[in-house]
Write a protein that binds this ligand. Structure first.
Ligand SMILES: Cc1cc2nc3c(=O)[nH]c(=O)nc-3n(C[C@H](O)[C@H](O)[C@H](O)COP(=O)(O)OP(=O)(O)OC[C@H]3O[C@@H](n4cnc5c(N)ncnc54)[C@H](O)[C@@H]3O)c2cc1C
Length: 324
């Protein structure tokens, strides 16, 4: 069976940065497992075409502490640069390799099982699978007949000439609304009385689109439930204030949630919805670390880069003697 020093699960910003930090720190035999056919699947699939990738996200500015950092650039530039980073450091990335199980062995090492059936033994595991594989859904049920018109990310086929209700109050909701309003009739529903989490650029863009009547901003609006419009073609959105409005699509931008089942199966304990981990990301399972969105309170790319640095420093200090 193949053996490695560090197995990293997920080739997003945190996984790639963890491998770069480990290699730079002189640790050999570092393998990244990625379930998609490419690096950075969250960014490839969930960011819209040409999206601005901001280092200041969720209003938090983070100074770099490790090897990776970036300035504002487009989605396409970011993806290309990360591919170059991966090549420049000769990272060993196994694409199309979803890790389905992480099993702790009697000697404290781990056996990782992939969907393709291969098995690898690792001295240390860094789980960097992010939270966007599991989008947050509203508390009310969504009936199966509406599912093709209720979205949790932008679909591959562009939406054009439609009425769209975007739901959410964060940077993603604002960006998606501004993007869609160029070719659609867009409303943005947020349950609070004002936006307080937007970065300055998104706040400004949203204001501009709203002033030009390109986006109907609906603050203090809370959805009670969705049903099929009586004409049958659209979705009827019933708000808690008693109003009903109809749209072609409803797109929720409510963020992501921790893949709790995957982590619990590996033995990781939870405190509420957060996995228990120390400041370096080490969980209650010795030698099993979390990095990126799984390890920080307010996830972002810069937070993922920095968490990778903290994790790899701790891995080297605590377990460097195990490495061959
Ligand atoms: C629409 C949108 C816009 C955003 N805009 C910005 C922005 O402008 N600036 C910013 O800083 N942040 C932004 N973010 C947040 C940012 O994308 C995340 O904080 C960041 O990607 C977290 O990095 P990560 O490596 O922890 O996780 P992710 O980027 O989610 O990467 C996880 C990787 O793990 C892989 N994976 C998952 N499960 C497995 C498995 N079992 N086996 C193997 N591989 C697996 C996934 O395919 C993925 O490639 C945005 C998020 C969204 C959704």
């Amino acid at each position: 069976m193949e053996h490695c020093n560090i197995a990293i699960v997920g080739a997003g910003p945190a996984g790639i940065a963890s491998a770069v930090e480990a290699k730079t720190a002189g640790i050999s035999s570092v393998v990244i497992f990625e379930k998609a056919r490419h690096l950075n699947d969250t960014i490839v699939t969930l960011y819209h075409e040409g999206k601005r990738v901001d280092p200041v996200y969720r209003k938090v500015k983070i100074d770099p502490i490790g090897k990776l950092s970036f300035d504002t650039e487009t989605k396409e530039e970011f993806i290309k640069r990360m591919e170059e980073v991966s090549s420049a450091h000769s990272l060993d990335v196994r694409l199309k390799s979803e890790v389905t199980k992480v099993i702790t062995q009697a000697d404290g090492s781990f056996k990782l099982v992939t969907g393709a059936g291969s098995e690898v033994v690792a001295q240390v595991v860094i789980v960097a699978i992010g939270v966007f594989g599991k989008p947050v859904k509203p508390s009310y049920p969504i009936s199966a007949e509406l599912k093709d018109r209720v979205l949790f990310s932008l679909p591959k086929t562009p939406i054009e000439g439609s009425s769209v209700l975007v739901v959410g109050g964060g940077d993603t909701a604002a960006e998606v609304a501004c993007f869609l309003c160029e070719k659609n009739d867009v409303s943005l529903s947020y349950r609070r009385a004002e936006f307080f989490r937007l970065n300055d650029i998104n706040a400004c863009n949203l204001k501009r689109c709203s002033c030009k009547n390109k986006i109907n901003v609906m603050l203090s609006t809370d959805i009670d439930h969705l049903s099929r419009d009586t004409a049958g073609e659209k979705i009827a959105v019933l708000f808690k204030d008693g109003r009903t409005m109809s749209y072609d699509y409803v797109l929720y931008c409510l963020g992501g949630s921790t893949p709790q089942a995957f982590l619990e199966a590996a033995g990781v304990e939870f405190n509420g919805k957060m996995a228990v981990a120390d400041s370096a990301g080490e969980t209650n399972v010795q030698r099993l670390f979390l990095a990126g969105d799984l390890a920080v309170e307010k996830g972002s790319i810069m937070a993922a880069f920095n968490s990778a640095k903290r994790t790899v420093d701790a891995v080297k200090e605590r377990y460097g003697q195990l490495f061959r």
